[in-house]
Ligand binder design. Structure first.
Ligand code: FMN
Length: 173
């Protein structure tokens, strides 16, 4: 049973989580920017996406490739500053067609924001945004950055993939 991870991110956190999951499960990884990467070649898919301004960055690609994703996609992990919450679930729901989302589990992971890696303009935009952020902790993080990267947080995802691989192996035996 061949599976693969397709991810979308800008600053490295989503890619890092995709690499850790790949190391633990043996699944190959593809950046959605790689136009040769074809999800229809795989029997099951794990999607990974950062959240930028309340939306999954994978959303346009997911809509454009919907016919290849439906029926194959088993799990999506989001990578964001915010932790698991009803608010985060709403951002994910607003980003993907409901039919696709209903086929997948959603696992929220927390990422990293390193101000030395973003452009000067983005730093200014983040700083202005922080002035209007009603959540004091999130406002501070928007201004100063944060690092919530945690390798152990992939464990439930790895277990789910391994269970899935084992079940499919038995079905194919
Ligand atoms: C411009 C910008 C907007 C962001 N918007 C959000 C947001 O709306 N909600 C959130 O929880 N995190 C937000 N973040 C934090 C990112 O989700 C976090 O840095 C994530 O690790 C980025 O993933 P990447 O390194 O794979 O690009 C934002 C970060 C940037 C730079």
């Amino acid at each position: 049973m061949r599976g693969a991870i397709f991810f979308s991110g800008n600053y490295g956190s989503t890619e890092q989580y995709a690499k850790w999951i790949s190391e633990a499960t043996g699944l190959p990884i593809f950046d959605i920017k790689d136009t040769n990467a074809d999800p229809s070649k795989y029997e099951f898919l794990i999607l990974g996406s950062s959240i930028i301004y309340f939306r999954l960055t994978i959303r346009e690609w997911a809509k454009a490739n919907l016919d290849k994703l439906e029926g194959r996609s088993k799990l999506i992990f989001s990578v964001s500053g915010a932790g698991a919450s009803a608010k985060l679930n709403r951002w994910v729901e607003a980003s993907l067609p409901s039919g696709l989302l209903s086929q997948m589990e959603h696992m929220p992971l927390r990422g990293k924001l390193d101000h030395t890696k973003v452009s000067r303009w983005l730093r200014i935009i983040l700083w202005i945004g922080s002035l209007f952020n009603p959540d004091p902790q999130a406002s501070k993080e928007e201004r100063r950055g944060f690092d919530y990267m945690d390798k152990s947080s992939i464990e439930p995802i790895v277990k789910m993939i391994q269970r899935y691989q084992a079940t499919q192996g038995q079905l194919n035996a």
